[in-house]
Design a protein around this ligand. Structure first.
Ligand code: GRF
Length: 200
């Protein structure tokens, strides 16, 4: 019996979180998984901006981080080698602003997800990130918005949808109000959805 448990512990899926900015989702995912008894752990944070706050968060939480350039991300030998070295089996994008190259999409087919702060396909695609989305939602007078967690494909924000949930938007809500609500939804659901995918 003990052997089985040991094996499970050693078999923990090693997750890489890719983030470019503040990293509040990255921190939330790390806190969710990096505890005893968890079936997975965040083993690496990948970031393309040396000044991003996510790097401080990773350091504080004791998770290794690698800062990469766009060229390195696109370089299969370099990036694939790095992911292999860390034994990465699953990738979660959390506010990562570079396009994922095709070779990486293929290599992590069904094992790489992104979170988008709108009800895709609404407010997705080029230029639709962060506050731009919440401003557009308010400007359009939407009565609801939400989050979408989807597999990563070659087309921006268009991979198969894994999970979506909504929240109401009232006429008096500002983009800041919407952003607060969206962040709360992200915190509540992203780690749990990743955990479910790892179990299936
Ligand atoms: C989140 O709203 C996420 O949905 C989007 O980028 C934002 C990242 O925020 N893809 P943070 O860096 O995790 O705080």
């Amino acid at each position: 019996m003990e052997e089985v448990n040991d094996k499970k512990e050693n078999d923990r899926t090693r997750i890489a979180v890719f983030a470019s900015g503040s990293g509040s989702n990255a921190e939330n995912i790390i806190r969710h998984f990096n505890r005893p008894g968890s079936r997975a752990e965040v083993a690496l944070v990948v970031c393309n901006r040396p000044d991003a706050q996510v790097l401080q968060r990773a350091a504080r939480l004791g998770v290794p981080a690698e800062v990469i350039t766009r060229a390195q991300l696109n370089d299969e030998a370099f990036m694939g080698g790095m992911l292999d070295r860390y034994g990465i089996g699953f990738i979660a994008l959390a506010g990562f602003l570079l396009m994922i190259p095709s070779w990486l999409v293929r290599r992590f087919d069904g094992r790489m997800v992104n979170i988008h702060p709108s009800l895709l396909p609404k407010y997705g695609g080029k230029g639709m990130y962060g506050r731009h989305i919440h401003e557009a939602v308010v400007a359009a007078g939407e009565t609801e918005t939400g989050i979408t967690i989807h597999f990563v494909s070659d087309a921006c924000d268009e991979g198969g949808i894994v999970f979506r949930t909504s929240m109401p938007v009232s006429p008096s809500d500002t983009p800041d109000d919407v952003e607060r609500g969206i962040h709360a939804l992200e915190k509540e659901h992203y780690p749990v959805v990743i955990e479910r995918l790892l179990r299936d």
